[in-house]
Design a protein. Structure first.
Length: 159
C-alpha cells in the first residue's frame, strides 16, 4: 500500500512507525486497538457479527460504549476501502502494514491531529472518510480513559 497523499517525510515516518513492531512492545491502548481490529476482521471474514466476540473485550477495558462506533468505523472502512487492506490473525506477533497505518491514524487522533487522520482516511476510503473519522473520534474519546488500573483481568490471569 502506498499513501501518496502524505508528502511530509515526518508524517510518512509516523504512518509506518508501527510497522513490524512486536505486539507485546506496543502501549496498552495500541495493543487493544490492534487486537480488536484483528478480531473484527477475523469475525467478518468468517461471516459472523464482529460485535459478539468484541463485546467482552470492550467491557473488560471499561470502554463498552465505544464498541458501536468502532464497529461502524470498521464497517465503513471495509465497505469503502479503495484497495484490499490485509490484517493478521489475532495471535500474530508483529504489526503488518495496514495495521501500522491504522494504528498511526488512531495515534494522530489521540494527539488531536484530525486533519492528518482525515487525509489518510481519504486515501484509504475516499468520500466515506468523514463518516469513518467521526466514528473514530468517538472511540478515541472513550479510549482516553483507558489505563491499566481500569482493566479487570479474568479470573486466574496474572499478566
Amino acid at each position: 500500500m502506498r499513501l501518496i497523499l502524505i508528502s511530509n517525510t515526518k508524517q510518512e515516518a509516523a504512518l509506518y512507525a508501527y510497522l513490524d513492531q512486536k505486539v507485546n512492545d506496543l502501549a496498552l491502548r495500541d495493543r487493544f486497538l490492534l487486537n480488536v481490529t484483528r478480531v473484527w476482521v477475523l469475525a467478518r471474514t468468517l461471516g459472523g457479527d464482529p460485535r459478539q466476540p468484541l463485546t467482552p473485550r470492550f467491557a473488560r477495558f471499561g470502554v463498552g460504549e465505544a464498541l458501536e462506533d468502532f464497529d461502524a468505523a470498521m464497517t465503513l472502512l471495509d465497505r469503502s476501502s479503495r484497495e484490499t487492506l490485509r490484517f493478521e490473525r489475532p495471535c500474530a506477533l508483529r504489526v503488518e502494514e495496514a495495521e501500522a497505518v491504522l494504528l498511526a491514524t488512531w495515534e494522530a487522533l489521540g494527539r488531536g491531529e484530525a486533519a492528518q487522520a482525515r487525509r489518510v482516511l481519504e486515501h484509504l476510503a475516499g468520500t466515506e472518510a468523514g463518516h469513518i473519522l467521526r466514528h473514530m473520534l468517538a472511540v478515541t474519546e472513550w479510549l482516553r480513559m483507558l489505563s491499566p488500573t481500569r482493566i479487570s483481568r479474568p479470573a486466574g490471569e496474572t499478566s
